[in-house]
Design a protein around this ligand. Structure first.
Ligand code: MN
Length: 415
């Protein structure tokens, strides 16, 4: 559905078009963090809009928009957020609408706002759903048998750490830990020398499920409010020494960055595509049909502070082998309950080699073949893993027939 033009000037290449309207938490001049909606280069201050009566038709209590997280809004259910988004689309396209008349009191330039972590995250689960990533990493350790026997039967995951999920822009401290030097038999204690990023998407849960009950793949999207970009920072040397037999622990618990704007599933609806063919056919509870992947262009850039950033990878979320319905059905098949604010990330997103100028790899472990093939940056330096002062910038957007819906960025600088 094509919308009329807005009375507000929205740059044509903006991630935050009329078709997006993602939710976030912002403040300005050290005032109270509150709910905002991104549009072009502005934020609609939803708390101010509600207090001025602009949102009176939405039947949402003002306190929901004064909250420092999106949890209360999400808990009202997807239909409420859907109505709000459609209402704002009307207000932004009708001249002399309430929002137009009161724009000076309600629109905040993004350049003047501080963005906050948008969600109180209760639990964070990270999957491993890219077959290209799992295969490329598996080859480094098991050249003849890269995929584990379970991989094509279930969406592999680990339970991550929610307390250290931070918003874009938060500095990332290089972790210390135990590392086994090459050829050594006992570990040393050291700052990580193999700090890496992981390019991922995260799905935010907007509805509780009941303990003891599983959510079917068919119903799974009712439980998802929206989507963010995720950087799952990883210390590969700590990981290598600790990960057997129970998986990653300290190598990933020190920080995970997310983008400040939560893009609703409704905004991504127009960008659905079918995922890859799954062979063998999964067990019945994991069987899905239809266009369940999203056509999202993703990129990774590194900025060194001394030069312009270098884009080092490009890929697309459409390549993910396991889709979010399957991830959610698998997560709850035991009766494990989901709660509003839980974060389910896809795992590193890589894709097939396309032969263009950009590698399709979502982390340095994969891109540098385990640190063996350095990547070149614009300032003439090379990287195998991240150095202090490096800034990692992940971006993602969808575009079709002139309609663009994007996530903006998630940034983090290593210190
Ligand atoms: Mn990960």
């Amino acid at each position: 559905m094509k919308l009329p033009a807005s009375w507000l000037a929205i740059p044509a290449d903006s991630d935050f078009s009329l078709y997006n309207l993602p939710f976030g938490i912002f403040s300005r001049n050290s005032d109270e963090p509150r709910v905002g909606v991104a549009i072009g280069e502005y934020i609609i201050d939803m708390s101010a809009a509600a207090q001025l009566g602009i949102l009176s038709g939405a039947e949402v209590a003002v306190s929901v928009f004064q909250s420092p997280t999106l949890n209360a809004l999400m808990a009202l259910g997807r239909p409420v957020a859907r109505r709000l988004r459609e209402f704002l689309q009307q207000q932004l396209t009708q001249r002399h609408s309430s929002l137009h008349k009161l724009a000076a009191e309600v629109l905040v330039p993004q350049a003047e706002a501080l963005m906050h972590l948008p969600i109180a995250i209760g639990d964070y689960t990270d999957f491993y759903s890219s077959i290209e990533h799992a295969t490329n990493v598996g080859k480094l350790f098991r050249p003849d048998n890269p995929l584990m026997p379970n991989w094509r039967h279930l969406p592999v995951a680990y339970h991550g750490r929610a307390s250290s999920v931070v918003v874009s822009g938060t500095p990332i401290r290089r972790p210390n830990g135990q590392i086994l030097p090459p050829g050594a038999e006992v570990p040393v204690f050291s700052p990580s020398r193999a700090l890496d990023y992981e390019l991922e998407l995260g799905f935010v849960i907007g509805k509780d499920s009941k303990l003891g009950e599983s959510v079917s793949a068919e119903d799974a999207e009712d439980y998802i409010f929206g989507c963010v970009l995720v950087n799952d920072w990883s210390a590969r040397d700590i990981q290598r020494w600790e990960y057997q037999p129970l998986g990653p622990f300290l190598s990933k618990n020190f920080a995970t960055s997310i983008s400040p704007w939560v893009v609703t599933l409704d905004a991504l609806e127009a960008f659905r595509v079918a995922g890859p063919t799954q062979e063998p056919t999964p067990l019945p509870y994991l069987q899905t049909r239809g266009e369940l992947n999203f056509d999202l262009e993703l990129s990774v850039a590194i900025g060194t502070g001394t030069s312009t950033e270098t884009i080092i990878s490009r890929t697309n979320a459409r390549h993910l082998y396991w889709n979010v319905r399957q991830q959610l059905a698998h997560h709850t098949i035991t009766g494990c309950n989901l709660r509003v604010g839980d974060l389910l990330a896809t795992g590193t997103i890589s894709g097939p080699e396309t032969g263009d100028d950009y590698a399709p790899n979502g982390c340095l472990l994969e891109l540098t073949r385990g640190g063996q093939q350095p990547v070149q940056l614009a300032d003439g330096t090379t990287r195998t893993y991240l150095e202090d002062g490096d800034e990692v910038i992940l971006r993602g957007y969808a575009e079709r027939e002139g309609v663009r819906v994007g996530f903006g960025e998630v940034r983090g600088r290593v210190c």
